[in-house]
Design a protein around this ligand. Structure first.
Ligand code: TMP
Length: 395
Protein backbone atom coordinates (compact mmCIF):
# COMPACT_ATOMS: atom_id res chain seq x y z
CA UNK A 1 0.00 0.00 0.00
CA UNK A 2 2.59 2.54 1.09
CA UNK A 3 6.29 2.16 1.82
CA UNK A 4 7.94 4.84 3.95
CA UNK A 5 11.38 3.22 3.71
CA UNK A 6 13.59 3.32 6.79
CA UNK A 7 12.21 5.43 9.63
CA UNK A 8 13.46 6.31 13.11
CA UNK A 9 11.41 5.21 16.13
CA UNK A 10 8.42 7.58 16.13
CA UNK A 11 8.55 8.27 19.84
CA UNK A 12 12.35 8.00 20.03
CA UNK A 13 13.05 11.57 21.13
CA UNK A 14 16.82 11.74 21.45
CA UNK A 15 19.18 13.17 24.00
CA UNK A 16 21.69 15.32 22.08
CA UNK A 17 24.42 12.91 23.31
CA UNK A 18 22.62 9.96 21.62
CA UNK A 19 22.58 11.56 18.16
CA UNK A 20 25.05 9.10 16.64
CA UNK A 21 23.17 6.05 17.95
CA UNK A 22 19.86 6.58 16.17
CA UNK A 23 18.63 3.40 14.43
CA UNK A 24 16.07 3.20 11.62
CA UNK A 25 13.60 0.41 10.86
CA UNK A 26 11.51 -0.35 7.75
CA UNK A 27 8.00 1.12 7.85
CA UNK A 28 5.43 -0.02 5.34
CA UNK A 29 1.76 -0.93 5.44
CA UNK A 30 -0.25 -3.37 3.37
CA UNK A 31 -3.99 -3.83 2.86
CA UNK A 32 -5.57 -7.29 2.71
CA UNK A 33 -7.71 -7.63 -0.43
CA UNK A 34 -9.85 -10.31 1.30
CA UNK A 35 -10.64 -8.73 4.69
CA UNK A 36 -9.55 -5.05 4.34
CA UNK A 37 -7.14 -5.31 7.28
CA UNK A 38 -4.45 -2.68 6.92
CA UNK A 39 -1.33 -3.43 8.93
CA UNK A 40 2.41 -2.93 9.23
CA UNK A 41 4.64 -5.38 7.40
CA UNK A 42 7.47 -5.22 9.96
CA UNK A 43 7.06 -4.98 13.69
CA UNK A 44 9.78 -3.22 15.68
CA UNK A 45 10.65 -5.29 18.79
CA UNK A 46 8.66 -4.00 21.82
CA UNK A 47 11.80 -3.63 23.96
CA UNK A 48 13.01 -1.02 21.42
CA UNK A 49 9.65 0.73 21.03
CA UNK A 50 8.92 0.81 24.74
CA UNK A 51 12.16 1.20 26.72
CA UNK A 52 11.94 1.31 30.52
CA UNK A 53 11.62 5.11 30.66
CA UNK A 54 8.87 5.19 28.00
CA UNK A 55 5.62 6.44 29.40
CA UNK A 56 2.66 7.43 27.31
CA UNK A 57 0.36 9.45 29.53
CA UNK A 58 -3.30 9.38 28.55
CA UNK A 59 -3.93 12.43 30.71
CA UNK A 60 -2.16 14.88 28.38
CA UNK A 61 -5.16 16.89 27.28
CA UNK A 62 -8.49 18.11 28.64
CA UNK A 63 -10.21 16.68 25.57
CA UNK A 64 -9.02 13.15 26.39
CA UNK A 65 -10.05 13.54 30.04
CA UNK A 66 -13.58 14.49 28.94
CA UNK A 67 -13.67 11.65 26.42
CA UNK A 68 -12.83 9.03 29.05
CA UNK A 69 -15.29 10.48 31.53
CA UNK A 70 -18.08 10.13 28.93
CA UNK A 71 -17.03 6.56 28.13
CA UNK A 72 -16.97 5.64 31.83
CA UNK A 73 -20.45 7.12 32.33
CA UNK A 74 -21.75 5.11 29.36
CA UNK A 75 -20.16 1.87 30.59
CA UNK A 76 -21.54 2.40 34.11
CA UNK A 77 -25.05 3.21 32.80
CA UNK A 78 -25.38 0.63 30.04
CA UNK A 79 -22.78 -2.10 30.25
CA UNK A 80 -21.84 -2.91 33.82
CA UNK A 81 -24.20 -5.94 33.87
CA UNK A 82 -25.96 -7.75 36.72
CA UNK A 83 -22.68 -8.64 38.48
CA UNK A 84 -20.57 -5.61 37.58
CA UNK A 85 -16.89 -6.16 37.01
CA UNK A 86 -15.23 -3.78 34.55
CA UNK A 87 -11.79 -4.68 33.20
CA UNK A 88 -9.74 -2.25 31.15
CA UNK A 89 -6.77 -3.32 29.04
CA UNK A 90 -4.04 -0.69 28.81
CA UNK A 91 -5.63 1.29 31.63
CA UNK A 92 -2.71 3.73 31.68
CA UNK A 93 -2.83 6.23 34.55
CA UNK A 94 -6.45 5.38 35.40
CA UNK A 95 -7.95 8.20 33.35
CA UNK A 96 -11.07 6.07 32.65
CA UNK A 97 -11.28 3.64 35.56
CA UNK A 98 -11.01 6.38 38.19
CA UNK A 99 -14.65 7.22 37.38
CA UNK A 100 -15.67 3.55 37.65
CA UNK A 101 -13.81 3.32 40.98
CA UNK A 102 -15.52 6.48 42.27
CA UNK A 103 -18.91 4.97 41.39
CA UNK A 104 -17.99 2.04 43.68
CA UNK A 105 -18.02 -0.49 40.84
CA UNK A 106 -15.73 -3.52 40.92
CA UNK A 107 -12.99 -3.01 38.37
CA UNK A 108 -9.47 -3.94 37.39
CA UNK A 109 -6.98 -2.16 35.17
CA UNK A 110 -4.36 -4.19 33.30
CA UNK A 111 -1.41 -1.94 32.56
CA UNK A 112 2.07 -3.30 31.79
CA UNK A 113 3.92 0.02 32.26
CA UNK A 114 4.78 0.00 35.98
CA UNK A 115 5.15 3.79 36.33
CA UNK A 116 1.72 4.74 34.97
CA UNK A 117 0.14 1.73 36.76
CA UNK A 118 1.46 3.20 40.04
CA UNK A 119 -0.16 6.56 39.18
CA UNK A 120 -3.48 4.76 38.61
CA UNK A 121 -3.24 3.01 42.00
CA UNK A 122 -2.63 6.37 43.63
CA UNK A 123 -6.02 7.46 42.19
CA UNK A 124 -7.70 4.46 43.84
CA UNK A 125 -7.79 2.35 40.68
CA UNK A 126 -7.19 -1.36 41.24
CA UNK A 127 -4.41 -2.17 38.75
CA UNK A 128 -2.33 -5.20 37.84
CA UNK A 129 0.91 -4.53 35.97
CA UNK A 130 1.03 -7.29 33.34
CA UNK A 131 0.69 -7.80 29.56
CA UNK A 132 -2.85 -9.03 28.85
CA UNK A 133 -3.32 -12.38 27.11
CA UNK A 134 -4.91 -15.79 27.75
CA UNK A 135 -2.73 -16.56 30.77
CA UNK A 136 -3.45 -13.27 32.55
CA UNK A 137 -7.16 -13.60 31.65
CA UNK A 138 -7.30 -17.01 33.35
CA UNK A 139 -5.61 -15.62 36.49
CA UNK A 140 -8.02 -12.68 36.66
CA UNK A 141 -11.07 -14.89 36.15
CA UNK A 142 -9.93 -17.24 38.88
CA UNK A 143 -9.45 -14.38 41.33
CA UNK A 144 -12.40 -12.12 40.45
CA UNK A 145 -14.85 -14.11 38.32
CA UNK A 146 -16.02 -13.13 34.80
CA UNK A 147 -15.97 -9.56 33.52
CA UNK A 148 -19.29 -7.93 32.64
CA UNK A 149 -17.55 -5.33 30.48
CA UNK A 150 -14.07 -5.14 29.03
CA UNK A 151 -12.59 -2.01 27.48
CA UNK A 152 -9.53 -1.35 25.33
CA UNK A 153 -9.21 2.30 24.27
CA UNK A 154 -6.49 2.98 21.72
CA UNK A 155 -4.82 -0.27 22.75
CA UNK A 156 -5.69 -3.07 20.31
CA UNK A 157 -4.02 -1.38 17.32
CA UNK A 158 -0.71 -1.50 19.22
CA UNK A 159 -0.69 -5.25 19.99
CA UNK A 160 1.13 -7.59 17.59
CA UNK A 161 -0.09 -10.73 19.38
CA UNK A 162 -3.69 -9.72 18.79
CA UNK A 163 -5.19 -13.25 18.59
CA UNK A 164 -3.88 -14.09 22.07
CA UNK A 165 -5.49 -10.88 23.37
CA UNK A 166 -8.86 -11.77 21.79
CA UNK A 167 -8.58 -15.31 23.20
CA UNK A 168 -7.98 -13.65 26.57
CA UNK A 169 -11.19 -11.64 26.15
CA UNK A 170 -12.97 -14.90 25.36
CA UNK A 171 -11.65 -16.45 28.59
CA UNK A 172 -12.55 -13.52 30.84
CA UNK A 173 -15.78 -12.07 29.45
CA UNK A 174 -19.13 -13.28 30.87
CA UNK A 175 -21.57 -14.92 28.38
CA UNK A 176 -23.61 -11.71 28.01
CA UNK A 177 -20.72 -9.28 28.52
CA UNK A 178 -19.46 -6.68 26.06
CA UNK A 179 -15.98 -5.86 24.85
CA UNK A 180 -15.65 -2.20 23.90
CA UNK A 181 -12.67 -1.24 21.82
CA UNK A 182 -11.79 2.00 20.05
CA UNK A 183 -8.88 2.81 17.76
CA UNK A 184 -7.98 5.28 15.02
CA UNK A 185 -10.35 4.57 12.14
CA UNK A 186 -9.08 3.64 8.68
CA UNK A 187 -11.98 5.54 7.09
CA UNK A 188 -10.76 8.77 8.72
CA UNK A 189 -7.15 8.13 7.70
CA UNK A 190 -8.16 7.68 4.07
CA UNK A 191 -10.66 10.53 4.05
CA UNK A 192 -8.33 13.04 5.75
CA UNK A 193 -5.11 11.73 4.18
CA UNK A 194 -3.81 11.56 7.75
CA UNK A 195 -0.78 9.49 6.80
CA UNK A 196 0.98 10.54 10.00
CA UNK A 197 -1.18 8.00 11.86
CA UNK A 198 1.11 5.44 10.27
CA UNK A 199 4.09 4.78 12.53
CA UNK A 200 5.79 1.90 14.28
CA UNK A 201 3.47 1.69 17.31
CA UNK A 202 0.31 1.47 15.22
CA UNK A 203 0.37 -2.07 13.87
CA UNK A 204 -3.29 -2.23 12.75
CA UNK A 205 -5.51 0.37 11.04
CA UNK A 206 -8.98 -1.02 11.69
CA UNK A 207 -12.32 -0.65 9.96
CA UNK A 208 -15.63 -2.35 10.72
CA UNK A 209 -14.96 -4.70 7.79
CA UNK A 210 -11.60 -5.86 9.15
CA UNK A 211 -12.84 -5.95 12.77
CA UNK A 212 -15.69 -8.28 11.84
CA UNK A 213 -13.28 -10.53 9.93
CA UNK A 214 -10.83 -10.54 12.85
CA UNK A 215 -13.33 -11.27 15.62
CA UNK A 216 -15.76 -13.68 13.90
CA UNK A 217 -13.45 -16.73 14.11
CA UNK A 218 -13.12 -16.06 17.86
CA UNK A 219 -16.91 -16.16 18.31
CA UNK A 220 -17.55 -12.42 18.60
CA UNK A 221 -19.60 -10.02 16.52
CA UNK A 222 -19.84 -6.24 16.40
CA UNK A 223 -23.19 -5.11 17.82
CA UNK A 224 -22.67 -1.34 17.85
CA UNK A 225 -20.29 1.26 16.43
CA UNK A 226 -19.85 4.94 17.20
CA UNK A 227 -17.44 7.40 15.61
CA UNK A 228 -15.27 9.28 18.12
CA UNK A 229 -13.39 12.54 17.52
CA UNK A 230 -10.30 11.49 19.51
CA UNK A 231 -6.88 10.57 18.08
CA UNK A 232 -7.72 12.29 14.82
CA UNK A 233 -10.86 10.20 14.22
CA UNK A 234 -11.52 6.90 15.97
CA UNK A 235 -14.22 4.24 15.83
CA UNK A 236 -15.70 2.57 18.89
CA UNK A 237 -16.79 -1.04 18.35
CA UNK A 238 -19.00 -2.81 20.88
CA UNK A 239 -18.55 -6.59 20.61
CA UNK A 240 -20.64 -9.38 22.07
CA UNK A 241 -20.52 -13.14 21.78
CA UNK A 242 -22.02 -14.21 18.47
CA UNK A 243 -25.76 -14.75 18.92
CA UNK A 244 -25.94 -12.96 22.31
CA UNK A 245 -27.07 -9.64 20.80
CA UNK A 246 -28.16 -8.52 17.36
CA UNK A 247 -26.07 -5.91 15.51
CA UNK A 248 -27.76 -2.49 15.72
CA UNK A 249 -28.71 -0.11 12.92
CA UNK A 250 -25.41 1.78 13.15
CA UNK A 251 -23.48 -1.40 12.31
CA UNK A 252 -25.58 -2.01 9.22
CA UNK A 253 -25.18 1.60 8.19
CA UNK A 254 -21.39 1.58 8.57
CA UNK A 255 -21.12 -1.75 6.73
CA UNK A 256 -22.91 -0.13 3.85
CA UNK A 257 -20.77 3.04 4.01
CA UNK A 258 -17.57 0.96 4.04
CA UNK A 259 -18.67 -0.98 0.99
CA UNK A 260 -18.74 2.34 -0.87
CA UNK A 261 -15.25 3.19 0.45
CA UNK A 262 -13.76 0.25 -1.47
CA UNK A 263 -11.51 -0.76 1.44
CA UNK A 264 -10.42 -3.98 -0.27
CA UNK A 265 -9.46 -2.35 -3.57
CA UNK A 266 -5.82 -1.64 -4.42
CA UNK A 267 -6.90 1.54 -6.26
CA UNK A 268 -8.14 3.07 -2.98
CA UNK A 269 -4.64 2.84 -1.52
CA UNK A 270 -2.89 3.97 -4.71
CA UNK A 271 -5.05 7.08 -4.60
CA UNK A 272 -4.22 7.61 -0.90
CA UNK A 273 -0.50 7.25 -1.63
CA UNK A 274 -0.70 9.89 -4.37
CA UNK A 275 -2.50 12.31 -2.02
CA UNK A 276 0.17 11.74 0.66
CA UNK A 277 2.90 12.76 -1.75
CA UNK A 278 0.94 15.85 -2.84
CA UNK A 279 0.48 16.93 0.80
CA UNK A 280 4.15 16.35 1.62
CA UNK A 281 5.36 18.35 -1.36
CA UNK A 282 2.95 21.21 -0.56
CA UNK A 283 4.05 21.31 3.07
CA UNK A 284 7.74 21.30 2.26
CA UNK A 285 7.32 23.96 -0.44
CA UNK A 286 5.36 26.19 1.92
CA UNK A 287 7.98 25.87 4.67
CA UNK A 288 10.75 26.76 2.23
CA UNK A 289 8.76 29.78 1.06
CA UNK A 290 8.09 30.95 4.63
CA UNK A 291 11.79 30.66 5.40
CA UNK A 292 12.66 32.65 2.27
CA UNK A 293 10.21 35.33 3.44
CA UNK A 294 12.12 35.51 6.72
CA UNK A 295 9.27 34.18 8.86
CA UNK A 296 9.96 32.27 12.08
CA UNK A 297 8.27 28.87 11.90
CA UNK A 298 8.05 26.41 14.81
CA UNK A 299 6.24 23.14 15.51
CA UNK A 300 3.46 22.72 18.09
CA UNK A 301 3.13 19.30 19.80
CA UNK A 302 5.96 16.78 19.48
CA UNK A 303 3.59 13.95 18.64
CA UNK A 304 4.69 10.49 17.51
CA UNK A 305 2.77 11.31 14.35
CA UNK A 306 5.08 14.27 13.67
CA UNK A 307 7.98 11.87 13.10
CA UNK A 308 6.24 10.37 10.08
CA UNK A 309 5.42 13.84 8.75
CA UNK A 310 8.86 15.35 9.26
CA UNK A 311 10.87 12.41 7.98
CA UNK A 312 8.62 11.32 5.12
CA UNK A 313 8.12 14.87 3.86
CA UNK A 314 11.85 15.59 4.17
CA UNK A 315 11.38 18.57 6.49
CA UNK A 316 14.76 19.49 7.88
CA UNK A 317 15.78 21.29 11.09
CA UNK A 318 16.59 24.50 9.20
CA UNK A 319 12.88 24.90 8.32
CA UNK A 320 11.44 24.48 11.85
CA UNK A 321 13.15 26.34 14.69
CA UNK A 322 11.86 24.09 17.50
CA UNK A 323 8.83 22.06 18.55
CA UNK A 324 6.95 23.19 21.66
CA UNK A 325 5.60 20.36 23.82
CA UNK A 326 4.10 20.11 27.30
CA UNK A 327 5.62 16.68 28.08
CA UNK A 328 8.61 17.15 30.44
CA UNK A 329 10.27 13.91 29.20
CA UNK A 330 10.41 15.23 25.61
CA UNK A 331 11.74 18.71 26.46
CA UNK A 332 15.47 19.17 25.93
CA UNK A 333 15.51 16.31 23.42
CA UNK A 334 15.64 16.24 19.64
CA UNK A 335 12.89 15.00 17.34
CA UNK A 336 13.59 11.58 15.77
CA UNK A 337 15.12 11.76 12.31
CA UNK A 338 14.86 15.52 11.74
CA UNK A 339 16.60 16.40 15.03
CA UNK A 340 14.56 19.51 15.76
CA UNK A 341 14.91 20.67 19.41
CA UNK A 342 11.89 20.10 21.68
CA UNK A 343 11.23 23.00 24.06
CA UNK A 344 8.66 23.72 26.79
CA UNK A 345 5.64 25.94 25.96
CA UNK A 346 7.25 28.76 28.00
CA UNK A 347 9.75 29.21 25.13
CA UNK A 348 6.86 29.53 22.65
CA UNK A 349 5.08 32.09 24.85
CA UNK A 350 8.22 34.12 25.61
CA UNK A 351 8.77 35.16 21.96
CA UNK A 352 5.91 34.11 19.72
CA UNK A 353 6.99 32.89 16.27
CA UNK A 354 5.21 33.97 13.08
CA UNK A 355 3.80 30.55 12.27
CA UNK A 356 3.39 27.19 14.04
CA UNK A 357 2.85 23.82 12.36
CA UNK A 358 0.22 22.05 14.37
CA UNK A 359 1.64 18.52 14.67
CA UNK A 360 -0.96 17.92 17.42
CA UNK A 361 -3.73 18.60 14.87
CA UNK A 362 -5.93 16.08 16.66
CA UNK A 363 -6.07 18.57 19.58
CA UNK A 364 -6.74 21.60 17.32
CA UNK A 365 -9.78 22.95 19.16
CA UNK A 366 -8.07 22.77 22.56
CA UNK A 367 -4.85 24.36 21.24
CA UNK A 368 -6.72 27.20 19.47
CA UNK A 369 -8.57 27.83 22.68
CA UNK A 370 -5.47 28.13 24.79
CA UNK A 371 -3.29 29.99 22.28
CA UNK A 372 -5.61 32.96 21.79
CA UNK A 373 -2.81 35.41 22.55
CA UNK A 374 -0.58 33.95 19.80
CA UNK A 375 -3.46 34.28 17.32
CA UNK A 376 -4.38 37.80 18.48
CA UNK A 377 -0.82 38.90 17.84
CA UNK A 378 -1.10 37.71 14.25
CA UNK A 379 0.38 34.22 14.72
CA UNK A 380 -0.88 31.52 12.37
CA UNK A 381 -1.31 27.80 12.88
CA UNK A 382 -0.51 25.68 9.88
CA UNK A 383 -2.00 22.22 9.38
CA UNK A 384 -1.57 19.53 6.75
CA UNK A 385 -4.70 17.50 7.57
CA UNK A 386 -6.79 17.10 5.46
CA UNK A 387 -4.53 19.35 3.36
CA UNK A 388 -1.98 22.11 3.80
CA UNK A 389 -3.63 25.29 5.05
CA UNK A 390 -3.50 27.97 7.73
CA UNK A 391 -6.06 27.82 10.50
CA UNK A 392 -6.71 30.91 12.53
CA UNK A 393 -10.01 30.13 14.22
CA UNK A 394 -11.22 27.21 16.34
CA UNK A 395 -11.99 24.18 14.16
P1 TMP B 1 -1.12 12.74 21.22
O1 TMP B 1 -1.63 13.28 19.95
O2 TMP B 1 -0.48 11.42 21.09
O3 TMP B 1 -2.09 12.83 22.34
O4 TMP B 1 0.12 13.68 21.63
C1 TMP B 1 -0.05 15.01 21.88
C2 TMP B 1 1.32 15.65 22.09
O5 TMP B 1 1.17 17.04 21.98
C3 TMP B 1 1.91 15.39 23.47
O6 TMP B 1 3.31 15.24 23.37
C4 TMP B 1 1.56 16.64 24.25
C5 TMP B 1 1.53 17.69 23.19
N1 TMP B 1 0.60 18.77 23.42
C6 TMP B 1 1.12 20.04 23.64
O7 TMP B 1 2.34 20.24 23.62
N2 TMP B 1 0.24 21.07 23.86
C7 TMP B 1 -1.12 20.86 23.88
O8 TMP B 1 -1.88 21.82 24.09
C8 TMP B 1 -1.64 19.54 23.65
C9 TMP B 1 -3.12 19.30 23.66
C10 TMP B 1 -0.74 18.54 23.42
Amino acid sequence: MIDFGLMPIANGFLRPSDLGAEVRYPLSVVACPACAMVQLVDVVPPEILFPAEYAFHSSTSDGMARHFQRLATDVIARHSGSVPFVVELGSNDGILLQHVAKAGIRHLGVEPAANVAAEARAKGVNTVSRFFGVEVARDIREQYGPASAMIAANVLCHLPDIHDVIDGVDVLLSPDGVFITEDPYLGDILEKTSFDQIYDEHIFYFSLTSMEALFAPHGFCVVDVEAQPVHGGSMRYVMARTGARAPGARVLELRHRESTMQLKAAATYADFRARVETTCAALRDLLVRLKDEGRRVVGYGATSKSTTTLVHCGITADLVEYISDTTPGKQGRLSPGAHIPIVPPSVFAAAYPDDAILFAWNHAAEVMDKEGEFLRRGGRFLTYVPDVRFISAPT
